[in-house]
Design a protein around this ligand. Structure first.
Ligand code: PLP
Ligand code: SF4
Length: 380
């Protein structure tokens, strides 16, 4: 057994252990555990500094999870865009491929909170049908392995999936979404990296939420992956009490860059049942973005997105930089809130961009078929 597998076996996952170690009420924890799985591996546990700190909040259950009964279980409507159980096909050219339900820790804020840990909902037995779906859909040029955490699979199983995807000529890039570099960096071994690098172009998005998660172990994991030629990105979830502070986020983003990880997304917390206590106002996210852009390396500035409830996909949000317009003069402000005037170029009178945009918008509202026709005509 490899070290990471041994560490997993030593995870805290029972009501008894939680009552003993953290003084939880056993009955409450049992109730939570039945609804949403609990697992804290010894590495992530060791990062906790005090009760209620940003690490603690992410991994230890809270009775308020049970009070949140109004939010949906599948807020992004992933099931509706799911042609086969393991695939979510929402965007034209890429799919999400769920390859396992297992994680090395069950994050209390997880969007798929009711699915993770449940192998009836996400399972290896759906892998072949996922690969067949992708093979039958030539428009899919980008496959994102997700779950659960794909790195919970053994190197052998993961390689079978990667080899299966690489055998499909229209699959250009493969991405893996894994939290392991952050929550169980021991999983990233030289053996794993040697296997991964046979399947380039391969991208990995990992998931750090707080600067305390950047440790010698996680640095080593990111180094091994980067040395294997894998471009690394990070997706952070914005959470109350964890990282809803511009200084904390800036420190995290800078530390990630030093680990060769490029910040990719900051997600507004989804409206998932059992996670309501983590949500923040949109103004908090906008303020964070405002205090990143210009104040530190542009490379440290990710996109701030809301995954639209009901399955509309990711929608980017930016602070307001255009203050107003006076004829051709556009009034802008910079990161220090200094005001500048930019003389815009006259729009062509023949096909004013704004009118064209409005016309399309109106057609979209009233007549989607004609909108498609006009888009096709515009392209010609
Ligand atoms: C996030 C997501 C993707 C990938 O989106 P990118 O913006 O290309 O990173 C693909 N499919 C689904 C369903 C997603 O939620
Ligand atoms: S590792 Fe990812 S999929 Fe697993 S519980 Fe955490 S956020 Fe959810």
């Amino acid at each position: 057994m490899e070290l990471w597998q041994e560490m997993l076996r030593q995870s805290i996952d029972s009501a008894d252990q939680l009552a003993e170690t953290f003084g939880f009420d056993k009955e409450t924890v049992q109730k939570i555990n039945r609804m949403y799985p609990i697992r804290i591996n010894p590495y992530y546990l060791s990062l906790i500094r005090y009760k209620g700190d940003p690490i603690y909040l992410q991994c230890l259950p809270d009775a308020v999870e049970l009070e949140d009964i109004s939010a949906p279980e599948d807020p992004l409507n992933e099931d509706a865009d799911s042609p086969v159980p393991s695939i979510t096909h929402r965007y034209p050219d890429r799919v999400l491929f769920l390859v396992t339900s297992q994680c090395s820790m069950y994050c209390r804020f997880c969007t798929r909170k009711r699915k993770v840990g449940d192998s009836a909902k996400i399972s290896m037995k759906f892998i072949q049908s996922g690969i067949s779906y992708i093979a039958a859909h030539p428009e899919v040029r980008d496959v994102i392995l997700s779950g659960g955490d794909p790195f919970m699979l053994t190197d052998y199983m993961l390689e079978k999936i990667l080899a299966g995807l690489r055998a499909i000529p229209h699959v250009e890039i493969i991405r893996i979404g894994t939290k392991m570099p952050c929550v169980l960096p021991q999983r990233v071994t030289p053996k794993l990296c040697n296997m991964l690098k046979k399947y380039h172009p391969l991208y990995i998005n990992t998931h750090f939420n707080h600067p305390w998660e950047i440790t010698p172990e996680s640095r080593r994991a990111c180094s091994l992956l980067a040395d294997a030629g894998v471009p690394l990105g990070n997706q952070m979830v914005l959470m109350k009490g964890v990282n809803d502070d511009p200084q904390v986020v800036k420190e995290l983003m800078q530390k990630l860059l030093a680990c060769r990880v490029r910040p990719y997304y900051i997600y507004q917390a989804d409206i998932t049942k059992g996670t309501n206590h983590f949500r923040t106002p949109i103004s908090v996210g906008l303020d964070i973005m405002d205090q990143l852009r210009g104040h530190t390396s542009g490379l440290a500035v990710p996109y701030y997105v809301i995954d639209a409830p009901g399955g509309g996909g990711k929608i980017p949000l930016l602070p307001q930089y255009v203050i107003g317009r006076n004829g051709n003069q556009v009034i802008l402000r910079n990161y220090k809130y200094d005001i500048f005037t930019y003389p815009d170029v006259e729009e062509s009178p023949k096909r004013p961009a704004k009118q064209r945009f409005m016309r399309k918008k109106a057609k979209k509202v009233y007549d989607p078929d004609r909108l498609r026709e006009s888009a096709a005509a515009d392209r010609e």
